[in-house]
Every structure is written in C-alpha cells, then in structure tokens.
Design a protein around this ligand. Sequence first.
Ligand code: FAD
Length: 411
Amino acid sequence: MIEAASKPPILVVGGGIGGLTTALALSHKGIPVQVLEQAEEFKEIGAGIQLGPNVFRMFEVLGLTQRMFRWAAFPEGLELRDSITAETIVNMKIDARFYEKYRAPYGVIHRADLLNVILEACRKSNLIKLATSQKVATIDDTGSGVVAKTEAGETYMGAAMVGCDGLWSTVRQHIVGDGKPVVSGHIAYRAVLPTADWPKEYRLPKMIVWCGEKTHLVHYPLRRGELFNLVVVFHSDRYEEGWDTYGDPAELHSRFRDKCEPVRTLLQKVNAWKMWVLCDRPPIKDWTKGRITLLGDAAHPMLQYLAQGGNMAIEDAVCLAEQIEANGKDYEAAFRKYQDLRYLRTARVQLMARVFGEVYHASGVNRELRNKVLAEWTVQGGFDMSWLYGEQPELPRVDNVPMPAPTLLDA
Ligand SMILES: Cc1cc2nc3c(=O)[nH]c(=O)nc-3n(C[C@H](O)[C@H](O)[C@H](O)COP(=O)(O)OP(=O)(O)OC[C@H]3O[C@@H](n4cnc5c(N)ncnc54)[C@H](O)[C@@H]3O)c2cc1C
C-alpha cells in the first residue's frame, strides 16, 4: 500500500466505465485520484452490456461481485440462429460445465446499473474526488507532474494522468496523434423494453443472436429479467459519425426486409431506436508517454462483436493499479509496464472482434460454412474461449467467483 497523505492525485480523464474503475482500483492501492468528466453527471446510455467470466474475476478483486449480482441477469445460454431460415445454428449452455471451465459466471447488465455500482464504490472512498462538467482541452507533462486545463479554463495538477476518455480521446491525440477512429460501415441500433412488452414466445432467459447477411439482431433479458435489451447491427455507408442519436426505422426495416418473419416481427416491437456508428482502430503498442497513459477505448477501441470493450477497460484498470503499486512512485515505469503487459491481449480482442463481425454477417458460401462449423461448437469441447475468458498472467489470480442462480422470467 502506498502512503496516500498529501500526495498529488492521479488525474483520470473521463468518468465512464474505464475511468471510474481506474479510480476505484487506484484507491484500493492507497492512491489519491481526481476524476474529470466532461458531462454534467456520471451517466451511461440506456442499453445492456455483456459481462464475461474474465470481468467477474476483476469484480472479485475490486469487491464488487455481490453488488453486480444484485443488478445483473444471468442467461442460461447463448443461441445463434440463422435470420433467413430461423433455424438454430448452435445452442451453447452457460451451465455448471461452463462454470467448471471458466470458474466465473457470464452475465448481462444495464449499463446504468453497472456504472452506478462502480460510482457508489468510488463515492465511498475518501481518496477519490469526482468532478463533472470538466471537459479536458489541453494537457501537459511537465516532467515532474501533469497539468490538465479544461474548456472552461480550470486547471488541475497531478502526479500523472490516465486518459480514459473513450473512442474520441483528446488525451490520445496528445500522446499518439493518430487522428480519427476507423469507421467500420456497421451501424448499431439499440433499445430497452419492459419485459411485459416483449413477445411471450421470445421471453427466454438466454442471449439470442439472429445472424444474417450484413446484419444481426441480439436480444437478452436485463436487470434480473425486468427488461429486455435489443441490439441490431447492419451495414450502411450513410454515416461517418454519430452516437446516442435517434435511428431511422425506415432504413432499419429496409435492411431486414429479406429476413425471416420472427425477426421482422421482433423489430416492430420498438418505436424509438438509438443509433451508433461503430468504429475501432488498428492495435498499437505505444499508448504511454512519460507520465501519461491511456486505458479502455482511448487505448484500444474495438468493435462490439466479442462484447468485450468494457470488460477490457476494467481489466486494464486492475492491471494498471497493480503495476503502480509494484513500481512504487515511478509512474513512468509503471505505465510502460502496464502497456507492455496489455497491448497483445487487447490487440487480439480488437482483431478477433472484426473476425466475429464477419462470422455474424456472413453471406453465400461463408454463411453455409459458418452454419456447418458453428453447429459443431460446444462450450466445453469444440469451441474454446479460454484465451479470452481464462486467467491472464498480468492480472491478479482469482480462484473462484461464486456462481449465481440463472435468471428466471415470468412467462
Ligand atoms: C453497440 C455496442 C455494444 C457494446 N457491447 C459491449 C458489451 O456487451 N460488453 C463490453 O464489454 N463492451 C461493449 N461495448 C463496448 C463498451 O461500450 C466500451 O468499450 C466501453 O464503454 C469503453 O469504456 P471507456 O470508459 O473506455 O470509454 P467511454 O465509455 O466512451 O467513456 C469515456 C468517458 O470520457 C468522457 N470524456 C470524453 N472526452 C473527455 C474530455 N475531453 N474530458 C473529460 N471527459 C471526457 C466521456 O463523456 C465518457 O464519460 C459495446 C459498444 C457498442 C457501441
């Protein structure tokens, strides 16, 4: 544990999933933190997020498991269906054998609930200062510390800085300077409905992915089964930028007009969709410069096809805190070590997410091959996700996370 008294804080730019988890993880090591968030409040968008076994191990390290259990839903499986024929391609169970293999659960949670659990834990720490309406505009590494100036003209001084400011990171432009992210041409529409508004025959306690040509639809229960989350993705070159704005239902329905009747009917259940233009970047290995480093989407933004961007940000935060503790007051050494320990893992997830996007959206022979190969998968045998969900050498070892009961849904 590092002596906290009268030390200058680490400045954490951005108070999303990555930034708040970083603040919490650093506070557990006795390090004071100042979080600077541009928005007027700490807030996540109204949508679900999947939590892999790898992130539940991090919740255990951070003492958050039971609070996550209170809000999450725990599906009994993942089913892939062909959205043209409506046939099931593969049905993978999340059961005792899954738990034996990965020794942690797979859950889904409303983003607001996830952020609130982390935020509440941050608020209980007297080492964390949280500031909203602070959009960091310029940053400077003085050699012995860092200075952040906000758009409104406020100045913050710290011992070091972690840029957790997401896909469009200002901190990244200072230390990497590689311009805009890569626009994938894939668009996501998201919506959350009360479970009572979701058709009874699809009120199933599992994640269902309808894989189509250049499209897919995912739905799963959220918040202990009280809500249903829908994500639709399709290819469109109509947009260059955009997030959290309203989508165009006419475009959506035209992209799905050749899909099977159940998919078209399910899409009609939503009146207002929120839209995101999906972007990533190619992996890099240098996201640290002096006393400034990056974390989460600012460091390694990825497409959502493995449902791991937020999970990776949380792993980053735990790894960073471990390295700062291990390297004492030498932030420059700690940041380099953290980056060196993380870049290949996060690069693999960035690149594999692109591959999974191709698999979900396959057409022609690729689609036929996908259906044939995936039909052979089982979580225990043919398809092994240990590289993603298993223990990582750079993260603290966690032997077992408790297994929650699967979420039950009222018929
Ligand atoms: C459709 C979709 C589905 C997804 N599904 C999953 C999933 O199932 N599982 C998963 O793990 N991940 C998923 N992700 C990815 C996940 O949402 C991101 O990886 C995660 O939100 C990254 O967190 P972050 O804290 O790094 O960045 P962000 O969440 O983008 O947070 C950045 C924060 O920084 C603030 N900020 C920005 N600039 C400044 C500035 N100059 N000064 C101060 N503050 C600033 C922002 O306001 C924001 O609060 C999905 C993404 C999409 C688009």
